[in-house]
Ligand binder design. Structure first.
Ligand code: FES
Ligand SMILES: [Fe+2]
Length: 468
């Protein structure tokens, strides 16, 4: 029988939440970020019962390839046990608990580094040295303990709860809405992980709202006001950060209990707002190229070239520059062997800008390219997290089955990660927010009811796991 699925059950009654952690109207107490006991609870009750994005399928190209996924005090091994099968196990020896493997690699069998017990890739016990000297134990008892592993869109998600609802149910409606973006046909362009001196939620919060754009990214204002005709600030905000999805369940909580964000035009390039811009072609082209050059994701080398061609193109009568850009981008893509799924205006609208896969992943879909963010607690310290940004690109049809050797990059200090101007500005906030939150004068976040409810809703959904 399936266990509880708390995200379907609505808000938990306030009295079930200890007072020091209790949410109030558009208010989140700082204890939920700073208190080590709260992190302990998250690790015990939330991360153990939610589907977590652990890796991409492409990171396990051959049988025996493995990736270790650490989250707080948990360590899970994701292993390709057969050509078409990926499994996950707790990364702990059945003998005396030793961690079995670190990082990533490829093995023929899983061998404990301490006394050499050995397992087949399917988790069954293969060798116990001097087994006859032990109390008789069944092979079942000695097998590696499995963690659920399911796939969607080229991602491998894990769930430590054997009774959890299936991944596709958990993600609903993302699989339907993301279908035309074909995440399964994308591959990593890059992934950079950095240690940030902040709570894992603080790192995500910076990407859950666009309210910070005016304060954190003043250059976007400069572009807006200059004569370079770059797309309006609103346009850039919409394209990059504003979570627009209305959703009332776990996976994306942007609008749980709030009115729909009707302000965003979404990312549909054919519907870009060009109000007040003199040359519509430049507006579209420069906005695409700014993102392509600075952020190195969401746009790609083909959309950059299409934008370049647009600058001097004769846009046909009755067509907007955005529509013509898409036509150029499509032409290049098809000529170079890429699939070009049709995305209807309605589908663009539904996809919005950013989707939050509760608890710790954000995905930004776009045609041909996508961004993702993931934040994880870094051990038991609530003021430290591992934050990762990844850029995915669609690959040519001929390369769908091609194996690649991909290595994510890791930097202790984000300033050495060459993340571009916009991301660097975002990450600069992490430490300052944390230092300020520790001030005795500060009690909690006072959130905008229009622009920051995504942050609030994350906590509402979390409460459904933490207190049930
Ligand atoms: S702890 Fe693993 S074999 Fe002894
Ligand atoms: Fe930002």
């Amino acid at each position: 029988m399936r266990g509880k699925t708390p995200w379907f059950e609505g808000d938990v009654p306030a009295e079930m939440v200890p007072e020091k952690y209790r949410l109030a109207q558009a208010y989140v107490p700082k204890t939920r970020y700073l208190d080590p006991d709260f992190l302990k609870l998250e690790l015990e009750k939330m991360f153990t019962r939610t589907w977590l994005m652990a890796c991409r399928v492409e990171e396990l190209p051959g049988v025996g390839c493995f990736v270790e996924h650490e989250i707080g005090s948990h360590s899970i091994l994701i292993v390709r046990e057969a050509k078409d099968s990926i499994r996950a196990y707790y990364n702990a020896c059945r003998h005396r608990g030793t961690r079995l493997a670190r990082g990533r690699g490829r093995v023929g069998s899983i061998i404990c580094p301490f006394h050499g017990w050995r397992w087949n890739l399917d988790g069954s016990i293969r060798l116990v040295l001097d087994r006859e000297e032990f109390v008789p134990r069944s092979d079942d008892d000695l097998g590696l303990v499995r963690v659920r592993a399911e796939q969607w869109g080229g991602f491998v998600f894990i769930n430590m709860d054997p009774n959890a609802a299936p991944l596709l149910e958990y993600l609903d409606p993302i699989p339907r809405i993301f279908e035309p973006f074909q995440f399964q046909n994308m591959r990593y362009r890059w992934m950079k992980g950095v240690i940030l001196p902040c709570n894992w939620k603080t790192a995500l919060d910076g990407f859950l709202e666009a309210y910070h754009v005016a304060g954190t990214h003043p250059q976007l204002h400069r572009f807006d006001k200059s004569n370079t005709n770059i797309a309006s600030l609103k346009e850039l905000e919409n394209r990059m950060w504003a979570p627009t999805t209305a959703y009332e369940r776990h996976a994306h909580y942007s609008s749980v209990g709030q009115k729909k964000n009707t302000k965003s035009a979404g990312k549909d390039p054919s519907r870009r707002n060009t109000d007040g811009v003199i040359d519509e072609r430049l507006s579209v082209a420069l906005s695409v190229q700014y993102i392509a050059d600075d952020m190195r994701g969401l746009e790609n080398e083909r959309s950059w070239r299409a934008a370049e061609a647009l600058k001097t193109a004769d846009v046909p009568e009755g067509m907007t520059a955005g529509q013509y850009f898409l036509q150029l981008y499509r032409g290049l893509s098809i000529a170079e062997g890429y699939d070009w799924p049709v995305i209807t205006p309605q589908q663009w609208g539904e996809a919005g800008t950013a989707w939050n896969v509760f608890p710790n992943t954000i995905l930004l879909p776009n045609q041909g390219s996508a961004f993702g963010y993931r934040a994880r607690p870094n051990g038991p310290d609530p003021d430290s997290c591992l934050f990762e940004i990844f850029s995915l690109d669609q690959v040519p049809v001929a390369d769908y089955d091609k194996k690649r050797d991909f290595q994510p990059q890791f930097f202790e200090d984000f300033r050495e990660a060459d993340l571009g101007e916009v991301f660097t500005q975002d990450l600069m906030n992490a430490k300052e927010v944390t230092v300020g939150m520790h001030s005795p004068s500060f009690d909690g976040h006072r959130l905008s009811e229009e622009q920051e409810m995504t942050i609030y809703n994350h906590h509402r959904v979390a409460d459904r796991f933490l207190w049930t």
